[in-house]
Write a protein that binds this ligand. Structure first.
Ligand SMILES: Nc1ncnc2c1ncn2[C@@H]1O[C@H](COP(=O)(O)OP(=O)(O)OP(=O)(O)O)[C@@H](O)[C@H]1O
Ligand SMILES: [Mg+2]
Length: 226
């Protein structure tokens, strides 16, 4: 996959039985350019996380087509989706998913070590990314020794280490104080400025949405005017 241009064509995702059906996403069509930094905003329950799960190949639509860099996610088999997630995708969750028994540096190295890369090369790349997110001074710390903002910056470094085409972040500043959120935002800006990857960020934060080059607003599972 050389590009991570995204195209959704008439995508719907419904939950529940017909009589009490929730239209989490209702006939969404949109395109996102390669290397763009896009914010997804909208009220709670409007379908933001549902959209992220579909883009991440973690869920499949009931109707419609989803393409990332030419890969048809809606018809891809489990093997292709596993490869897509491992090779092309970086994910940052609202509730951190770092491993508590490992240091910051080890957490960031992990995706490449699991892929079988040599530890010496991996460590150099990890330190470069920790520098990007301002975490070199904390490289030896364990997860319980970090602030929320530091955890989230580590998670971003880890999401980038395998040079993914697409990074999906679902409320990366969601449970941070304003100082922590500002540092994470600064990191997102740097990632976007260096055009390292396509960046799709779900956020309730006005500052994060304004930092993006484009905002996609959802309401009741549908697109609102941009
Ligand atoms: N597994 C599920 N089963 C049934 N309904 C679900 C499921 N997941 C989500 N929904 C419903 O789909 C709608 C969209 O949910 P989603 O998680 O995408 O919202 P969101 O925009 O991410 O909200 P928030 O800002 O609170 O995170 C909601 O009404 C939710 O209750
Ligand atoms: Mg959500």
């Amino acid at each position: 996959m050389h590009s991570a241009a995204i195209r959704l064509q008439n995508v719907s995702r419904h939950y529940g039985p017909p009589e009490s059906r929730v239209r989490a996403l209702d006939d969404i069509s949109l395109e996102i350019a390669d290397k763009d930094f896009v914010a997804i905003t909208g009220p709670s329950g409007c379908g933001k996380s549902t959209l992220m799960h579909l883009l991440g190949g973690l869920d499949t639509p009931d109707a419609g087509e989803i393409y990332v860099g030419g890969l048809a996610l809606h018809t891809a088999d489990e093997k292709a989706l596993t490869l897509y997630r491992r090779r092309d995708l970086g994910i940052v969750f609202q509730f951190f998913n770092l491993l508590p028994t490992m240091s910051v540096l080890e957490n960031v190295c992990l995706p490449l070590l699991l892929a079988g890369d040599a530890p010496a090369t991996v460590q150099g790349m990890a330190l470069e990314l920790l520098d990007l997110v301002g975490m070199v001074p904390r490289a030896g710390h364990f997860v319980h020794q970090l602030s929320g903002g530091e955890l989230q910056r580590t998670a971003i470094a880890r999401a980038l280490i395998h040079r993914p085409r697409l990074v999906l972040a679902d409320e990366p500043t969601g449970n941070l104080d304003s100082a922590g959120a500002a540092r994470v935002l600064d990191v997102l800006r740097r990632v976007a400025t260096q055009a390292l990857t396509t960046l799709v960020v779900v956020t309730h934060s006005e500052e994060v949405a304004e930092a993006a080059s484009r905002r996609i607003r959802l309401r009741d599972g549908r697109l609102a005017a941009e």
